[in-house]
Design a binder for this molecule. Structure first.
Ligand code: KG4
Ligand code: ZN
Length: 339
């Protein structure tokens, strides 16, 4: 079964053709990173307009790379939530229109499920159930327990910032370019991870909190520079040496990874699992991969947002009997109802 997966939840316009949920026939991702590097973050209106420009060329390229015509495509899968509203609208409207035009079944897929299913793409061996999934993206930090395919129980979540967001915001304080995750990881290569010590938040059960860590780094930078806590965070980068930036990046990264690992170990004691899978943009982090050598990580090209993971998640949902969505009615954020 060949599924065309479409993903536009944030700042990547992506489409891919995947066979039977696991084999990549094509995978096209057009990133808006260069645009947003200038601004230091995503601007939703610009993201939506960029998706509009890139969407059809990306879909056509995905079909061409897969040597497919529309006749070869069995279904269309599209991310419908969560994400930036304008960005989601472009992807879902495109998918709905294509489904009607080419008379294909349309499936709406949840973005975080897709990130988890990136672990089934192009593997020699697959994760086994029951499993624990740690989702670490720009917008989410969650631990999920899965007894079988398509059975997701959230057992831990962040109370405030996501860990990816924390990487992005601390990169800003340190004057490192957007996106912050890869910039922090790169700067950390030259830094001492034990130079600064940041407290682990005291959060109940399997939940997380990352906003305190962000503030702890901010205060440590101000203290290191001998500046008052009222000193604006955007100016601190002008006073930091390259070595100080590297040491803060390495120390923060180590703390964030230690926190994730601690909670995952705690989760394992409560929910015995045969596999641990990592999912979401932060799963590209090399130190995180080193810290969890027995866990499944998606191939780096599938750790960020892409269409292949959407097609993979959709395939396993169809195997479980999921019915197509009416393309005239597909709604983004379907949980919101107006009465
Ligand atoms: O999953 P994703 O591409 O988009 C969302 O669904 O949010 O995740 C993006 C996040 C950003 O916060 C980015 O800084 C982070 O993933 N990220 C990383 C790395 N690569 C991307 N964080 C740490 N280390 C990396 N190598
Ligand atoms: Zn994502």
């Amino acid at each position: 079964m060949k599924i065309l997966g479409i993903e536009t939840s944030c700042d990547e316009t992506a489409a891919a053709v995947v066979e039977d949920g696991v084999h990549i026939l094509s995978n096209v991702v057009v990133s808006q990173i260069d645009i947003f590097a200038e601004y230091g973050g995503v601007i939703p209106e610009i993201a939506a307009r960029s998706h509009l420009e890139a969407m059809m060329p990306v879909v056509n390229r995905a079909l061409k790379d897969a040597y497919c015509t529309w006749d070869d495509i069995d279904a269309i899968a599209v991310t419908h939530a969560p994400g930036l509203l304008g960005s989601l609208l472009i992807g879902t409207l495109t998918a709905r229109t294509l489904a009607i035009l080419h008379n294909k079944p349309l499936y709406a897929v949840h973005h975080l499920k897709s990130h988890i299913y990136a672990n089934w793409l192009e593997r020699d061996s697959f994760p086994s159930f029951p499993l624990l999934a740690l989702v670490v993206s720009g917008g989410h930090t969650q631990i999920l327990s899965m007894q079988k395919h398509n059975d997701f129980k959230i057992i831990g979540t962040t109370y405030d910032d996501a860990v990816g967001e924390c990487f992005d915001k601390i990169a800003k304080i340190l004057g490192l370019p957007y996106p912050g995750g890869p910039s922090i990881a790169k700067a950390a290569e030259n830094g001492n991870p034990n130079k600064y010590h940041f407290p682990h938040p005291k959060v109940d059960d399997l939940n997380f909190s990352f906003s305190g860590l962000k503030t702890a780094v901010l205060r440590a930078v101000q203290k290191e520079l001998g500046l008052p806590i009222s000193h604006p965070s955007h100016d601190l980068k002008n006073h930091l040496s390259a070595q100080q930036i590297a040491d803060f990046a390495a120390s923060f990264q180590k703390t964030a990874i230690d926190i994730l690992k601690e909670k995952l170990l705690e989760a394992e004691t409560q929910y015995p699992a045969k596999s641990i899978v990592l999912a979401g943009g932060v799963s590209a982090n090399a130190e995180l991969r080193n810290a969890l050598p027995d866990a499944f990580f998606p191939e780096i090209r599938f750790s960020g947002d892409n269409g292949a993971m959407v097609a993979a998640a959709c395939y396993f949902e169809i195997q479980d009997g999921k019915q197509p969505t009416n393309p005239y009615e597909l709604n983004i954020y379907p949980r919101i109802t107006i009465s």
